[in-house]
Design a protein around this ligand. Structure first.
Ligand code: B12
Length: 345
């Protein structure tokens, strides 16, 4: 015999709910996480609010715990997968017949922060869009092929990390040339979506709710010349991108010479140092591409805090920037950007 135990309705503002949900995803407890979101939904909380006020903010905490070195990358991945499972469970019980139009939702090439845009996709679906969700890292040419095959009314393009902006630009230009307007979103597009505008996106929205209302009220946007924003980047940007492998190889050698502590690094530490150097070069390239040094200085601030949390001594990043700078002495914009970064340390 099943015993029915009544419980007071679960509410999003219940004290301790977000901590409890964070603990569940942190333990990779799919059953528990699904149980919380379905109980909330059963108790009358709209799916949109559960996504926007519980699943999304919890994911930000997950990433921050990784950045603070409190959670390993494996634990973060397990937590992210658990959050995705909870989101999917919620989506499965909220079917809405498509009535608005068709929209392709994708992350730009090399962008792996998939959960934010997955939330956007579900929010659009709940608002009556037929959504083609392409997920993380969609190479531009494949995106365009998909558009030709499906003929959507809009493309929603996500970029959470600014190093992907040159690729975002190529994708935006290609979509618009195919006659399909683009709404951009995600932190990588900068404060207030400043970079989305520079790159020629038709619209930008800060979050899924704003995107839903923008697409419901003022879409399609008035047509514009797709070529207007087609070319950015100059010889400095091109040099940095073309010479990335040498910048890294020479940079690692110079780093070893200038920072003797590296001699005792194991393979894993060497790999992550190389990866960090790759980020230095990629953020520099993105800052040059858009002529926005803040892209680089914000990266430096954040990396300094991540390295500090991992007990990497602070001179390491300074030396890392210096060894890249010493290879770019003929490139005044790159030098100025690197100096701006160094002055942040
Ligand atoms: C979680 C997280 C991760 C996880 C990602 C797990 C995953 N598979 O998704 C892990 C730990 C793996 C990770 C890795 C990295 N990350 Co990270 N990460 C975060 C973090 C903490 C939260 C992002 C998140 O999911 N938030 C939850 C969502 C739901 O919140 P939201 O962003 O408000 O969501 C809304 C908007 O984004 C918007 N939106 C998103 N896409 C779109 C698209 C459209 C069209 C529209 C309209 C709206 C829209 O709608 C969403 C819903 O409302 C952010 C910092 C932060 N607090 O945002 C850094 C952050 C995005 N990461 C950052 C970095 C640098 C990295 C790494 C390079 C770190 C490293 N050194 O390895 C790697 C790169 C990975 C890669 N190649 O993509 C930087 C990016 C800096 C920048 N702007 O360029 C950030 C901003 C951290 C920082 N510096 O403060 N990261």
């Amino acid at each position: 015999m099943t015993v029915f135990t009544p419980h007071p309705p679960l509410r999003l503002d219940d004290p301790g709910l977000s901590e409890a949900f964070l603990r569940l995803v942190g333990d990779g407890d799919e059953f528990g996480a699904v149980e919380v979101v379905t109980a909330l939904h059963d108790d009358g909380v709209p799916a949109q609010r559960i996504m926007m006020e519980l699943i999304g903010p919890t994911q930000s905490r997950v990433g921050e715990l990784w950045a603070a070195n409190e959670w390993t990358i494996a634990r973060e991945h397990a937590a992210t997968a658990t959050a995705e499972r909870a989101l999917a469970a919620l989506a499965a019980r909220t079917q809405v017949r498509p009535a608005r139009g068709r929209i392709t939702v994708a992350c730009v090439d090399g962008e792996w922060h998939a959960l934010p845009v997955r939330i956007l996709a579900e929010m659009l679906r709940l608002d009556g869009w037929r959504v083609d969700f392409l997920g993380p890292s969609v190479p531009g040419p494949h995106l365009v092929t998909h558009l030709h095959q499906t003929g959507p009314d809009a493309v929603a393009l996500s970029c959470m990390i600014s190093t992907r902006l040159p690729r975002a630009h190529a994708a935006i230009t290609a979509c618009r040339s195919a006659g399909i307007p683009v709404i951009a979103g995600g932190r990588g597009f900068g404060p207030g979506g400043r970079y989305a505008q520079i790159l020629g996106a038709d619209a930008w929205a800060a979050g899924a709710e704003e995107a839903v209302s923008r697409l419901a009220s003022s879409w399609p946007p008035p047509p514009r010349d797709p070529q207007v924003h087609a070319y950015l980047g100059d010889d400095e940007y091109t040099h940095v991108v073309r010479h990335r492998p040498e910048l890294l190889t020479n940079g690692m050698k110079a780093l070893l010479a200038a920072y003797p502590a590296m001699a005792s690094y194991d393979d894993r530490q060497m790999d992550s140092t190389l990866e960090d150097m790759g980020h230095v070069v990629d953020f520099l390239a993105a800052a040059l591409y858009l002529t926005e040094p803040t892209i680089f200085t914000e990266f430096v601030d954040w990396t300094a805090s991540v390295l500090k949390a991992r007990n990497v001594p602070s001179p390491a990043l300074r030396v890392g920037l210096q060894v890249v700078r010493d290879q770019l002495t003929d490139y005044p914009r790159a030098l100025a950007t690197l100096h701006a970064g160094l002055s942040h340390l």
